[in-house]
Ligand binder design. Structure first.
Ligand SMILES: Nc1ncnc2c1ncn2[C@@H]1O[C@H](COP(=O)(O)OP(=O)(O)OP(=O)(O)O)[C@@H](O)[C@H]1O
Ligand SMILES: [Mg+2]
Length: 254
């Protein structure tokens, strides 16, 4: 297959991942991989297991079974903090931003630089947050503006700038375009393209196949806790991909 290269350019390799929530068998032996610099669209119907799979990768859930290899080494990711240390950043649709804090504080949230005597280094935060945002092509008037004053697209920009500043190797976006206006969706998709230009790997989860198709190079389709299809962009058209997603959701393989 065209997408079966050797493993040397793999950033993440998840193998045989299983996850139960009580009696709900949410992820059923999934293999999932992301290459260096690759943008993967993770698709599938409601309840397919997409968020659960990526929450295992970002340390929010632990799998009952399965292995994660990151940059060639087997890792255990026990918390979101451990995932961040590896270089895995996550952007959610209901973003965990602090709306009344400044843009700069939100970029650095939980990882603020300090000067002597434990004082926050505001100048550094201001400069670095504006730099990360302008690298995304987002020009905001001031790092002091509270995040609540930004558009939905601007807020996603702040979350993505955070990943950029902390030199993420992998950015996972779970439904980042939900509830945004058409213009804002365009902005967010541009931010994601920018991550790719920086060589950062991206996993983009969406119900919107148009959004996924416009940015991803490869697509993984899940249904009922399993991976049903994997295709590269060259192998499909938008219509064909749409068909695959619908077909995966209705075909009963058990
Ligand atoms: N914290 C949880 N506790 C119990 N069950 C859960 C939990 N999180 C997810 N589930 C269940 O696991 C299954 C997979 O859910 P998941 O959220 O991973 O799907 P998804 O593909 O992200 O769906 P959506 O597209 O709706 O976001 C579902 O049956 C869901 O109800
Ligand atoms: Mg989900």
């Amino acid at each position: 297959m065209s997408n079966e290269n050797n493993n040397s350019d793999l950033l993440v390799k998840m193998t045989n991942i299983h996850k139960w929530f009580g009696r709900v068998y949410a992820v059923r032996g999934v293999d999932f991989q992301v290459r260096q610099g690759e943008t993967v669209g993770l698709l599938g119907d409601n309840g397919a297991g997409k968020s659960t799979l990526i929450k295992i990768l970002c340390g929010y859930h632990q799998a009952e079974k399965g292995d994660i290899i990151f940059e060639g080494k087997k890792v255990r990711i026990n918390s979101p903090r451990e995932a961040q240390k590896l270089g895995i950043e996550t952007v959610y649709q209901d973003q965990a931003l602090a709306p009344n804090l400044s843009i700069a504080r939100n970029v650095f949230m939980g990882r603020e630089p300090v000067k002597g005597m434990g004082m926050l280094d505001k100048k550094l935060m201001d400069e670095e947050s504006m730099k990360a945002l302008s690298n995304l092509g987002l020009r905001l008037d001031s790092p002091d503006l509270p995040v609540i004053t930004l558009s939905g697209g601007g807020r996603q920009g702040v979350a993505i700038a955070r990943a950029l500043h902390f030199k993420a190797k992998l950015v996972i976006l779970d439904e980042p375009t939900v509830a945004l206006s058409v213009k804002e969706v365009g902005e967010v998709l541009e931010f994601i393209k920018q991550l790719r230009k920086e060589g950062i790997s991206v996993v983009f989860i969406s119900h919107n196949i148009y959004h996924a198709f416009s940015i991803a190079e490869r697509f993984v389709v899940m249904a009922r806790g399993k991976v049903m299809r994997e295709v590269t962009k060259e192998e499909v058209t938008l219509d064909k991909l749409n068909e695959l997603v619908i077909e995966s959701a209705i075909v009963d393989i058990d």
